[in-house]
Design a protein around this ligand. Structure first.
Ligand SMILES: C[S@@+](CC[C@H](N)C(=O)[O-])C[C@H]1O[C@@H](n2cnc3c(N)ncnc32)[C@H](O)[C@@H]1O
Length: 344
């Protein structure tokens, strides 16, 4: 059985940040009314599964077709049981990548544990080289952590890793329509920090979102973004980047809001998404989730990874292309390059 599945596991809902563009929506809005529906996310954790259910599933990963688990959320490192779960997943022979806001890496012992556990990759989110802009897009709830702490977290992890092979450390940047220059700007900063890989990704919001017009790219933004991506590709500054296909898809995705066809999509074949309530989807794209028949909805609760993925189809064409698809590319196709030893 080939071991070729990536699980993007949004482990828990809470986060110490309150990014207004977050896929999880805004906590204050949800306090008034908790959103319902398949695939709908919220930072309010009332539906999150407990550690025992997570651990039971993680214990079935050995001898399953799962190759890699990307732990995200919410913020996975604000919850200490995540470290125990990482141990179980690593012992099952899977790679583990942690997607974090970076601040927990400054807390005593967290970065050390990630190194000691043999975590393969740590992807840290940073959206701007300008502290004020970053902290506007990625504000902490307390107001006491932001750009400075994120950079301190990256430096702490890189220092502790030293010359060891892992974890590889990356920066993820969400690109907004008014700030194409962050694509090369954050790359330069990442290079100065000594980071290994770098992923700019387009902001993805549903058309009804209150920030859609302000943040989301339109056809008019294509030249500036394409120019920035070209510059990045021509001068990666020692960073491992997603491949040229990804950069082309980035531009294609911001040129339209319409659904298109994705040839040979890996969603449901080599990529699955687990939301904090345990629901299992072919991918996190809201379009694809909306197209999933109720009879096809599944959960990891009480499930065994050795049988759960037994009947998965091969990659097939999907008619729900969106910016979400672009953002999945680095997790599936990019990660082997990002995690390669001595890659940068
Ligand atoms: C939801 S966060 C969870 C992991 C962790 N707390 C973090 O901050 O990286 C995962 C990634 O999704 C990105 N993200 C959140 N909302 C997004 C959106 N609407 N469009 C594109 N990326 C988004 C974040 O910036 C981050 O890089």
């Amino acid at each position: 059985m080939p071991r070729d599945i990536t699980l993007l596991w949004a482990l828990r809902s809470p986060c110490s940040f309150k990014c207004p563009q977050c896929y999880f929506g805004e906590l204050d809005d949800h306090k008034e009314e908790l959103p319902e529906g398949p695939g709908v996310l919220s930072h309010i954790p009332v539906r999150d599964i407990d550690y025992a259910a997570m651990d039971a599933f993680a214990n079935t990963l050995a001898d399953s077709p799962v190759e890699r688990v990307v732990l995200a959320g919410g913020e996975p490192l604000d919850w200490l049981p995540t470290l125990s779960l990482i141990k179980t997943i690593k012992e099952s022979g899977c790679q583990v990548v942690v997607a974090t806001n970076g601040v927990p890496l400054t807390r005593p012992g967290i970065a050390q544990r990630l190194v000691a556990l043999g975590v393969d990759g740590v992807s840290v989110s940073l959206d701007s080289t300008d502290p004020a802009v970053n902290d506007q897009m990625r504000p902490s709830r307390s107001g006491r952590a932001g750009y400075r702490e994120v950079l301190a977290g990256v430096r702490t992890l890189l220092n502790l890793r030293g010359s060891a092979a892992g974890p590889r450390v990356g920066i993820y940047t969400v690109v907004y329509r008014s700030r194409p220059q962050e694509i090369t700007g954050v790359a330069r900063l990442a290079g100065e920090l000594g980071v290994d890989y770098y992923v700019p990704q387009p902001v993805s919001l549903p058309p009804g979102h209150k920030l859609f017009d302000e943040l989301c790219h339109t056809l008019d933004d294509v030249p500036a973004v394409a120019d920035q991506l070209d510059r990045l590709q021509n001068d990666p500054g020692g960073l491992v980047l997603p491949d040229a296909d990804y950069l082309r898809q980035f531009v294609a995705s911001i040129a339209t809001q319409d659904s298109g066809r994705v040839a040979d999509c890996y969603g449901g074949a080599q990529l699955f998404f687990i939301q904090p309530d345990g629901s299992l989807w072919d991918c996190p794209s809201d379009r694809r989730i909306a197209a999933t028949a109720p009879s096809e909805q599944r959960s990891i609760v009480g499930a065994d990874a050795r049988t759960l993925f037994a009947d998965r189809p091969p990659c097939t064409d999907c008619s729900h292309f969106s910016r979400d698809c672009v953002n999945m590319g680095p997790l599936v196709l990019g990660m082997p390059r990002f995690l390669a030893r001595g890659a940068s």
